[in-house]
Write a protein that binds this ligand. Structure first.
Ligand SMILES: [Zn+2]
Ligand SMILES: [Zn+2]
Length: 293
């Protein structure tokens, strides 16, 4: 149980805190605990309660304490580790949210690996995802793709310049601009248009066939966190297809965890929305290319 802002240990501290390190208020229900690994204490008498629902919290969330009779709400209850339980197994904390303690490079690598091979790890441990955290991760991924794309374009331009003029320094940079513009614009469109559009469709689909745990922000954040495989776009052409498929799979797993929906609902929402988005992108591309509008 770590402060989402500064990673300070919050075990045994009565909510809403504030966090002794950074002053941020916290709620018990912001965290997702491993079932049966922690104990929730009555703020009046210290009586310990188990958490047994899907977030590892007591069910119901508000009740009368059996010992002192006081009305307690889980959001007022300090949490401690059950006997013999290590913090590591009590909750799965997102490496991206721990980036202050891990360091940006380590957190990025860990989150990237998780987005490929263990996507639920990124969103486990926090009930409501913040869009700006997730957007920062997507920004790092696409920023890297852009930098690599520009470097490759530069090498390409230098190679041609050397072939034609005998000097690797090109006379002008029109060629470089021509090569790098679609990469940078493509990345911006993916982050600021395509992903929010897809999140809207996904959230709409999820709401039509059942309940979701959190609002649209969590869905959008989930899709940003699932962008890790988009790093494969550093490989021209082939990277796009592989990254799209992998993003779909990762997205479904992140959604399933973040919004507490079934794997089936998450997969259908990802597949349908990806199909709609691809048609939309293709249509926009065709109409732009052939000046239909
Ligand atoms: Zn803090
Ligand atoms: Zn009590």
């Amino acid at each position: 149980m770590r402060c989402p802002a500064c990673d300070y240990s919050l075990w045994g501290i009565r909510p809403p805190g504030p966090c002794p390190e950074c002053g941020r208020d916290f709620r018990t229900t912001e965290f997702i605990f491993a079932r049966g690994k922690v104990r929730f204490l009555c703020p009046s008498c210290g009586e310990a309660y188990q958490g047994n629902d899907y977030e590892g919290l007591p069910d119901p969330r508000a009740f009368a304490c059996v010992t002192c009779g006081e009305r307690v709400n889980v959001d007022d209850m300090p949490v401690e580790l059950a006997k013999g339980v290590a913090e590591k197994s009590a909750m799965v904390a997102s490496p991206w949210l721990r980036r202050q303690s891990l360091g940006l490079r380590k957190a990025t690598i860990k989150t990237l690996l998780a987005s490929f091979f263990d996507p639920s790890k990124i969103v486990c441990g926090v009930a409501t995802l913040r869009v700006r955290d997730a957007l920062a991760f997507a920004g790092v991924v696409w920023g890297f793709v852009c930098v690599i794309g520009v470097v490759f374009s530069m090498i390409f331009v230098m190679y041609f310049s050397w072939g034609f003029t005998g000097s690797i320094w090109p006379g002008n940079f029109n060629g470089l601009l021509y090569l790098m513009r679609p990469i940078v614009i493509g990345a911006m469109i993916m982050v600021f248009i395509v992903t929010p559009l897809q999140a809207l469709i996904v959230h709409g689909l999820l709401k039509t066939n059942g309940s979701v745990r959190s609002g649209f922000g969590t869905t959008l954040a989930a899709l940003y966190y699932a962008q890790g495989p988009m790093i494969l776009n550093i490989v021209p052409y082939l990277g796009w297809y592989v990254s799209c498929v992998w993003f779909c799979v990762s997205g479904a797993i992140v959604l399933k965890t973040a919004q507490d929906v079934s794997g089936w609902r998450a997969s259908m929402a990802m597949l349908l929305s990806t199909a709609v988005v691809l048609v939309f992108v293709f249509g926009a591309f065709v109409s732009w290319r052939f000046n239909i509008f």
